[in-house]
Design a protein around this ligand. Sequence first.
Ligand code: AMP
Length: 388
Amino acid sequence: MPTSPVPIHPPHCVIGVIGGGQLGRMLALAARRMGVRTAIWTGGLEAPAVEVADEVIDLPFDDPQALEHFRQVATVATVEFENIPHETLRAVAAHVPLHPSPHAISICQNREREKNFLLSHGIPCTWFRVVSNAEELAAALAELKGPGVLKTADFGYDGHGQVKLEGHENAAEIWKNFGAPRGVLEAWVPFEREISVMVARGADGRCVCYDPAENRHRSHILDVSIVPARIPAEVAERATAIATRVAEALDYRGIMGVEFFLKADGSLIVNEMAPRPHNSGHHTLDACETSQFEQQLRMVLGLPAGSTRLHTPVAMLNLLGDLWPEETTPPDWTPLFEDGRAFLHLYGKRHARGRRKMGHANLLGPDVEDALARAETLKARWLKDAGR
Ligand code: AMP
């Protein structure tokens, strides 16, 4: 597979991005600022990155012409979401340096491989069993003897394809409605907090980490991240060390998000990894010296890492579709602009359906409590305005 042994200095390159969602959009915006061109391969899906990319390949990931076009135009390549067919990744990597590698992506895109990877490297993860029929699910539930969650092995995100179980359900019934050929039954983790670490690993194998984010979810979707997380320094150090170990064990190049459950006894359990910029790293756009998107570009181009220092405490509020009063009517942003230290990032999506990620706001503060309280006030106001 081709590698890029020497750093590529802007503007002599085109970064090919597989995927055209909001992460691709923010990556393309960071690239623009640095004078780097981007070619976005959308996969034929609705793609927020399209309007800011230099070139768009608006075809499915299994289209041979799209592959050929992408390979011709990209100097180096990366992904902005992980649910891309492995054949596509391998076919790209055979001609263009692709960071992270297809191997690293394939581990992170499938819960079974991800859990087995963690186990084999002695990295703490929750108890699990892989199941592919009702009998196996029944046996796994009998072994678990308590609450759990059944997740699809492949292509899961934001709680999609997940069923919370108390442990006494009828396995045949659950499996009939599950609809995926393979699942991972996980023990439910009674966590105290959820945190995540963004780690970036360069061409020389050196890792830098951002301060852990403390994440709160609303029905499985990230609602708010605050940084610094309200955890002891020793826990933050341990989380950072584990994230670094994960990146090293994957021989990873680029930025990745490692999500953890923190239990009351102080132990940390890895929930999952995201081989790309991550929603819990969006605060870096306004609160850190280098954003996660610029960091990703630096890693992919083989440039040195930028400082990950958090310069201001921050709360990142996800703006989900349920804040929109109507599908095409956004919330009234006046209170956000009046705040003065709140910064709006919209992804250019025209239709606010359900709980779609439409944008986010970063609220800077003297401390996280202040920033969080202002984020909550804004969200409550918008939910009320939307009649929810
Ligand atoms: P995931 O898509 O696996 O990241 O799950 C989304 C969210 O569901 C997590 O961030 C947790 O809030 C919750 N969750 C998932 N798995 C578990 C688990 N095994 N125990 C407790 N909460 C979980």
